[in-house]
Ligand binder design. Structure first.
Ligand SMILES: [Zn+2]
Length: 160
């Protein structure tokens, strides 16, 4: 089974990058209580990711898997998470999820999104992905190229 995560309120950027890698990653909303976070992790077999030392202690008592982030940069945070959980990075899963809401993206026929995306984007791209939850449309471009480049460099720094 693929590994699943739950990032606490402080780690939104890490959550976004774990989604770029293709991991099923929830992100705690601002008013979510620690008890609720822990309950979901237990119910859905998710690994909790936090910087909160007290929360780490509580999780360990309840046998909830937890990663205690100890670094600031998001690259280091991703590496720590992947290494501690022994998650495997699979290029086939890159950019398969909506970075905003974690849903798996679906391929969508080009003609159906003509009214939605800017004309220059529509004219210069053929492959579009769609999030059925937040209705965002994604396409491959210079932005995604630079994300994929970073994901590949993360992958190689872990396998080396
Ligand atoms: Zn979405």
């Amino acid at each position: 089974m693929q590994i699943r995560f739950f990032c606490d309120q402080m780690l939104g950027n890490l959550a976004k990058w774990l989604r770029f890698l293709g991991f099923d990653t929830l992100y705690a909303l601002g008013d979510m209580m620690d008890d609720e976070l822990m309950r979901v992790c237990k119910a859905e077999d998710r690994i909790l990711i936090t910087r909160d030392k007290e929360l780490v202690v509580r999780c360990k008592k309840q046998l909830i898997a937890v990663v205690q982030i100890g670094c600031d940069g998001v690259t280091d945070q991703i590496l720590q998470t992947i290494q501690e959980t022994k998650a495997s990075i699979d290029r086939g899963h890159f950019l398969s999820r909506c970075s905003q809401c974690n849903c798996l993206l679906e391929r969508i026929e080009k003609k159906t999104i003509e009214e939605i995306v800017p004309k220059r984007v529509f004219d210069s791209h053929d492959d579009f992905l769609y999030c059925s939850s937040c209705k965002r449309v994604y396409w491959m471009g210079t932005h995604t190229d630079s994300i994929i480049e970073k994901l590949l460099s993360l992958q190689s720094s872990i396998t080396d």
